[in-house]
Design a protein around this ligand. Structure first.
Ligand SMILES: *Cc1c(COP(=O)(O)O)cnc(C)c1O
Length: 749
């Protein structure tokens, strides 16, 4: 027999009152109210003053109400300022939590309009009875907490609380099947009752259906559309990989022409293969650190002017993998007339709508009502699990209907084709919750916190870099301007000395202005903005002109060093590492990273033994120190031509022998063979080749590989040589299987 754990979600309120600790009539009344609430299973957290109250409010997101003494501070000359400031602070972060002001009938007549509009109710502690007041508080906190979750998540929890027996799939029926076996029981105990009880199926009519978009699930999608600024939103439970393929299948027919960002996620390549589309690529640019930039407006324009025939669809990755965001209005200005449908793949960028810093730089910008019906139809896909808070695989498709839109009934055919008839309900609920978290002030507060932490980290690293640089020494740099213009004073300020408030609020601080040397791209002003929360740490080794410096080391060495200290990075480029400052970032987390960077510098400067710094690779380099290995790597970067051949390989397009779809048919028919890169001259790739870094397709399936002198094979041979020379630091190239140091790939027969 398993004990039914209490499913009642307890309520908790914060009582901020400095009378609690003194024996006065007010103090006794407040204590009585506390006991009354506790009798009704409401936990009461007490703060004896305004600053305690503020810290408790900040640190506990589980509060459902605030009770606040109007005469906080017991300062007869200024009796209400402390309370008023606390009320304003709470409201700046949460516009809905009930605030009860503890005062008395006499004083309440003097309350200002501001106070009356900010607080939810007045409580006359000395005049009304504790049960009466307690009842009012309970009603308000229940109402507040029941509105916290979106429609689907609320319905799911409600259903779980009410229903005891299920006869439908999943066959574990609320987890009971697992409890009959030792292995099952362990699994059940680890994940806990709630997960199993909320794993429901489409047979539960009360929750509606994901495939039909009905009931609370459909309501949840409508709610998300409102929060994310779409006309329609679809909740997807198999990641943005599936969201992208749904859009492809809904929008593009066999043999139709499409434009696609060459810097696109694999799921778009799969969409091209599944639809049988004929791809025409939009080419991004690349900077001296090997970072991939946006597609410049002139490339978009050239595409429009030089190619005959209207494409039916276009995909652009926003932001790029290194955090470069597009001025979406400008993109539409350049190509909006040439395209009826534009799909922004914003898998890493779902938070942009919720902070003014990103204004105008994401697909669902502005008010959906202002989207003219003769403007292009816009799609955005978000991996809610990536940089919002949701379970893995949670994703949204947002649609703004415009020209030649795909109405819901037609779109849903594709949606259902890619959906399961048994989606995991907690994933759907987590999409709902991610929308609730971003709704209202809460969303802006959360995003702002990420940006602030990222700014603090960038300023600290930049300060350390500057101090070392001034004395002729080296340190890491974060990839951002080294100085910014303060628009209020018109003066240029050192980045690390600029006010954090300015950096958090002023987009021009992050825009890639023409002529600035830090970014290494050539783009028109205001077209592209670096997203501060995507932080690239640059290792020394590349000069401003793109040549390889004497001193320095590729970023892969730092990645291995950090890995040995339990720090796992998001992405390693040639001379840069990407760190994500997501909603879960904390000061403690990034200070650990700063410590590790400082430790690397110490170990590098002291040429500490590899066996101590990176034990996992030390065996390959007997007797070497960190500096020894760094120097060998840097010398190879100088002579091995890796960056140069990479630059060439990613600046030209291979010739297309056939579409990805036709090529895939050859793969299915096994008209392919595995050969080594050495022997691949003149052949056609049977699968895509995606070297990491930079992680964008170099060759697509059905494209010609050229000769060994041409960039694609030359680049593969260059990194194959590196891999042989530097075991433990091998490249990862999708589509390439190394066998005993020999790169093998599939080509068409
Ligand atoms: C991660 C990613 C996807 C796929 O998203 P999943 O949710 O992991 O399936 C699609 N596009 C881009 C740009 C991505 O980075």
């Amino acid at each position: 027999m398993i004990e039914r754990r209490s499913k009642i979600l307890r309520h908790r309120v914060l009582l901020v009152d400095d009378d609690l600790e003194i024996s006065s009539a007010e103090g006794r009344a407040a204590l009585m109210l506390k006991s009354e609430l506790e009798l009704s299973d409401v936990d009461v957290v007490c703060a004896p003053g305004a600053s305690d109250g503020r810290s408790l409010f900040l640190s506990d997101a589980g509060l459902h109400g605030i009770l606040l003494d109007w005469t906080l501070g017991n300062n007869p000359d200024d009796p209400h300022t402390a309370a008023l400031e606390l009320i304003r602070f709470i409201r700046s972060r949460n516009e809905k939590i009930p605030i009860f002001l503890l005062t008395d009938r006499g004083r309440s007549s003097g309350l200002s309009e501001e106070v009356l509009s900010l607080v939810s109710e007045l409580i006359w502690l000395m005049e009304d009875s504790a049960p009466f007041i307690g009842g009012r508080i309970e009603a308000a906190i229940k109402q507040y907490s029941s509105g916290l979750l979106g429609p689907m998540a609320s319905a799911l929890i409600e259903f779980d609380l009410v229903h005891e027996y299920s006869w439908h799939t999943p066959g574990h029926t609320g987890g009971t099947a697992f409890q009959k076996s030792p292995a099952g029981r362990l699994f059940y105990d680890y994940f806990g009752e709630a997960m199993f009880r909320s794993d429901l199926s489409i047979s539960v009519g009360e929750l509606g259906s994901l495939l039909d978009h009905t009931g609370p699930i459909g309501e949840g999608e409508k709610y998300a559309a409102k929060v994310f600024g779409a006309h329609r939103t679809y909740s997807v439970t198999n990641g943005t990989s599936t969201s992208n393929r749904i859009i492809w299948m809904a929008c593009v027919g066999r043999g139709q022409k499409i434009w696609v960002d060459r810097n696109c996620h694999k799921s778009n390549e799969q969409g091209i293969t599944m639809t049988g589309a004929v791809p025409h690529y939009l080419m991004p640019t690349r900077n001296r650190y090997g970072l991939i930039g946006p597609i410049p407006p002139e490339n978009l324009l050239a595409k429009k002017l030089t190619e005959g025939g209207r494409p039916v669809h276009a995909v652009i990755t926003n932001s790029t993998y290194d955090g470069l965001t597009y001025n979406v209005g400008r993109v539409l200005e350049v190509v909006g007339d040439a395209l009826d449908r534009i799909h922004f793949d914003e898998a890493w960028y779902g938070y942009a709508r919720f902070h003014p810093l990103y204004r105008g730089r994401f697909a669902m910008r502005g008010n959906p009502k202002d989207h003219p019906s003769d403007a292009p139809t816009i799609f955005a896909t978000h991996s809610t699990h990536k940089l919002l808070a949701a379970l893995s695989q949670a994703s949204f498709i947002h649609v703004r209907d415009g020209r030649n839109t795909i109405d819901h009934a037609r779109f849903n055919e594709s949606f259902m084709m890619h959906g399961s008839t048994s989606p995991f309900y907690p994933i759907i609920a987590s999409n709902d919750v991610s929308a609730s978290m971003m709704d209202g002030k809460g969303g802006e507060v959360l995003v702002e916190e990420s940006i602030r932490e990222a700014v603090a980290f960038r300023q600290m690293v930049t300060r350390l870099w500057r101090e070392h640089d001034d004395s002729g020494d080296w340190f890491f740099q974060t990839w951002n301007p080294t100085s910014v213009k303060n628009p209020h004073t018109g003066k240029q300020e050192a980045f690390e000395a600029a006010s954090p408030d300015l950096l958090v609020s002023e987009p021009s601080c992050w825009v890639l202005h023409p002529g600035d040397t830090w970014h290494g791209f050539d783009l028109e002003d205001d077209y592209c903005m670096l997203d501060p929360i995507k932080v690239s740490v640059v290792t020394p080794g590349v000069n401003i002109d793109g040549s390889i410096a004497e001193m320095g080391f590729p970023a892969t060495l730092l990645t291995a060093y950090l890995d040995a200290r339990g720090i796992v990075v998001e992405k390693t480029s040639d001379y840069a590492i990407l760190f994500l400052f997501s909603l879960g970032i904390t000061n403690a987390k990034w200070s650990t990273l700063v410590h590790a960077l400082l430790a690397f510098k110490r170990d590098y400067d002291a040429n500490a033994p590899l066996s101590e710094c990176i034990p996992s690779v030390a065996g390959f380099y007997p007797g070497n120190g960190l500096r020894d290995l760094a120097d060998k790597m840097q010398a190879h970067m100088k002579t091995g031509g890796i960056l140069q051949s990479q630059a060439k390989a990613f600046s030209v397009l291979p010739e297309m022998a056939m579409t990805p779809a036709d090529c895939y048919q050859k793969l299915v028919a096994n008209e392919v063979e595995r050969i080594s890169v050495e022997d691949a001259s003149g052949r056609t790739a049977a699968t895509g080749l995606v070297p990491y870094p930079p992680g964008i397709p170099m060759v697509m399936p059905g494209e010609k590989l050229g000769t060994k002198k041409e960039p694609f094979l030359a680049y593969l041979l260059a990194i194959q040589e590196w891999d042989r020379k530097f075991p433990g630091f091998a490249h990862d190239t999708h589509g390439i299987e190394p066998e005993d140091g020999v790169y093998k790939l599939l080509v068409l027969k």
